[in-house]
Design a protein around this ligand. Structure first.
Ligand code: NAD
Length: 321
């Protein structure tokens, strides 16, 4: 069995490798070569922690395993540890023997950023110039950095519920040589691509804040009750997702479905666009919306990639098990 500790991930994993891994596994999901297991998420009654498992099997990539982890809200204040903690375990699909244990914290950020990037590659207009960010927390910096690689953006605009956090994303834009401007929510009408990545439980972005031709990646809503955009926006848009079952239950689409504004059959897998089975955007005026709920197979795909890289560099730790 191989171990790749959290401290080694930053030197091993690249945004390009995460992008390729996530794009491939989304495609495998749409061609039924890979599937996710039902998610387990429990309030364990200790340290106010939420703990759970996201797993799956990718037959095409021969990747079997799970990510175990969750959210410990007092880690930072009590122990100077980050609140999100996760570890990925991979198993040999031929034998069931453990194959690898991999630090999952940075990988989660990279695979989530890769998901919105994959959606931009396949759904945004080729001539997109203005990137709009809603959210300015930890994950927003990753989403922005990865998105900037997908189109020749010339400007970043941003809104955040806590405006004092906006310098986090302004810095990423400026490091990439692009001007950043804080806007109000109606100002998002200038954006060609919008990424929302907040922990909100009520919509910020309304249907009339979005211009025709925009691509929106909704990345924050990964739990029942969370919501970032008005349900009516999903009715205006062509809706894509990583996995339909998660989109309608824990994703942004849960609200539009509950309100009867869209049906499950209106939601398409992004993998079908990658595979060429769905045309994706069909005009310059379509609004496309990607509901990125976060699936276990993304975690396994990036972890498998990191294990390969660690082996090539000779830094994976071998354990007889
Ligand atoms: P964070 O705590 O660093 O940032 C939270 C963000 O949400 C900040 O921009 C904050 O201002 C904003 N926010 C807080 N309360 C709000 C409110 N009431 N209305 C609007 N905005 C509000 O968290 P993070 O690590 O950046 O994660 C952001 C979200 O993304 C979380 O909800 C997390 O669960 C989710 N997430 C999703 C995936 C996925 O695969 N889809 C992966 C990782 C994280």
């Amino acid at each position: 069995m191989l171990i790749v500790p959290e401290k080694d991930i930053a030197d091993l994993m690249t945004r390009d490798a995460a992008f390729d891994a996530v794009e491939q596994v989304f495609a495998a999901m749409a061609s039924d070569d890979a599937y996710n297991f039902p998610v387990v998420r429990e309030a364990i009654g200790h340290e106010d922690a939420l703990y759970g498992f996201k797993g799956g099997f990718d037959r095409a990539g021969a990747t079997l395993g799970l990510k175990a982890g969750g959210y410990w809200p007092h880690n930072l204040e009590k122990r100077d540890l980050i609140n999100h903690q996760s570890t990925v375990f991979l198993f040999d699909p031929d034998t069931g023997k453990p194959a690898a244990m991999v630090g999952g914290n940075l990988l989660t950020a990279l695979r989530t950023a890769a998901a919105s990037s994959v959606s931009i590659k396949h759904l945004a207009r080729p001539d997109a110039k203005v990137l709009g960010m809603i959210g300015a927390g930890h994950q927003a910096t990753f989403q922005l950095r990865a998105a900037l690689e997908q189109r020749a953006f010339d400007r970043v605009i941003g809104w955040n519920y806590h405006p004092d956090m906006l310098p986090n994303i302004a810095k990423v834009a400026e490091d990439a040589g692009l001007p950043f401007e804080a806007v109000d929510l109606p100002g998002m009408a200038e954006a060609d691509v919008i990424i929302s990545i907040t922990s909100a439980f009520a919509p910020s972005l309304m249907a009339d804040h979005v211009s025709p031709g925009t691509h929106i990646a909704c990345m924050g809503t990964d739990t029942k009750g969370k919501q970032e955009v008005e349900a009516a926006l999903l009715a205006r848009a062509t809706v894509f997702t990583d996995e339909v079952a998660q989109s309608i239950s824990i994703g942004e689409a849960q609200h539009a479905i509950a309100a009867g504004l869209i049906a499950e059959s209106d939601i398409h897998q992004i993998g079908a666009v990658i595979n060429g089975a769905h045309p994706g955007r069909t005009s310059d005026t379509d609004i496309t919306l990607f509901d990125g709920t976060g699936v276990g197979l993304q975690d396994l795909a990036v972890a498998a990639r990191v294990v390969d890289l660690a082996q090539k560099k000779g830094i994976a730790i071998h354990v007889d098990f």
